[in-house]
Design a protein around this ligand. Sequence first.
Ligand code: NCD
Length: 327
Amino acid sequence: MQGFPSVFESIVDLQKGHIDGLLSLAGKFKGYSHDWQGLPIPFLKRPVIATSFLENSTRTKHSFAIAIKNIGATYIDFNADTSSLKKGESLEETLKTLHSQGVDLCIIRTNVSNELTPFKGKPPIKIINGGDGTHQHPTQALLDLFTMREIGLDLEGKTIAIIGDTIHSRVGHSLMDLLPLYGAKIILCGPPECLPNEVELKNYPAVSLSTDVDETIEASDLLYLLRIQKERHAGKNVDYYETYPQKYGISVERLKKHNKVIPVFHPGPANVGVEISKDLIDSQYYFGYEQVHNSIFMRMAIIQAVLQNADKKLGIQFAGRKIKDLV
Ligand code: NCD
């Protein structure tokens, strides 16, 4: 894929052609899921890939680990807690060190929004963003798009409701950048404390706001539910927690009340009994497990695209320097 970024931080780093390429490559990989041995490996040398998760994760980290093994790469689980990062080394120095050891790509999760942005100018190593603070989680949005299309939803002219704590959600932000490229409109729905303001939405003509969940359900073709991300609420008004399940929680009963037969997505981890009822998660309307299943194929595609770009200016170059070359 021509021009695929070496540091894939955000959906806006990609052109539409890249996204179409990833959707098609993920579909191809899914076709091999009964037999990874048959998968053609396009690399001359076996790649070495590390994950570095500086914040908690269950599905994203494991899904990357499985995707890395499926494409035939060597996997390093870099544990930040036992690394030199704890001795005050900067992330940049750590990444240059990994690259000098032969690691080709590092998948990073961090609780600091935009922490990866400075690496775009001169990448110390190839990087995929596994979620940074409240900013972006581009691989999650791409696997969601893949799943929506796979289950038969053509996004052109459709309305997707993102219900929950959008303002703190990196998944929500990536979906807002991605889904309108395929013709979808988005309604962000939740208590006012969870929604961005109109000014923040000035560059998002396809995105609107609502605090009325019933009206939102009526208008939507798919509900995408988000967790209330309490760990990001320090010092904010949280009075709405108490009434959230009753006001904004989605159940089968609530869908039935609106005569709605529509899919419900969730990136996980779900807080059952808060944003989603137990009967809904167990029902035919819930596609959260399809999202997790497809995460492997989309992440394989993203890894391959990043590894195959022809960036020659990465990290430290080993040109056989000698003392006599110093000036
Ligand atoms: C999300 C995340 O970590 O951003 N989960 C995920 O990666 N599948 C959503 C969340 O934390 O609520």
